[in-house]
Design a protein. Structure first.
Length: 67
């Protein structure tokens, strides 16, 4: 899996008659052991938070509109 990439969205794979959900961990590193710049880390965490909220909103919408 790629590093320094937002991987918050789960992937669904169909196999025969089953659907399998795959979850990946987002790993961020500078590769040099240094501390992160606060602004840079804040921007990364905001992006991840927005992705998580988008997914939650989509799932809630699907639940309340399902017939």
């Amino acid at each position: 899996m790629p590093i320094n990439t937002n991987l918050c969205e789960n992937k669904f794979v169909k196999h025969k008659n089953k659907t399998i959900m795959l979850q990946a961990t987002s790993i961020y590193t500078q590769g040099n052991g240094e501390k992160w710049n606060k602004k840079e880390m804040f921007d990364i965490m905001i992006e991840i938070s927005k992705t998580s909220l988008k997914i939650l909103g989509r799932d809630l919408f699907n639940q309340i509109t399902k017939k």
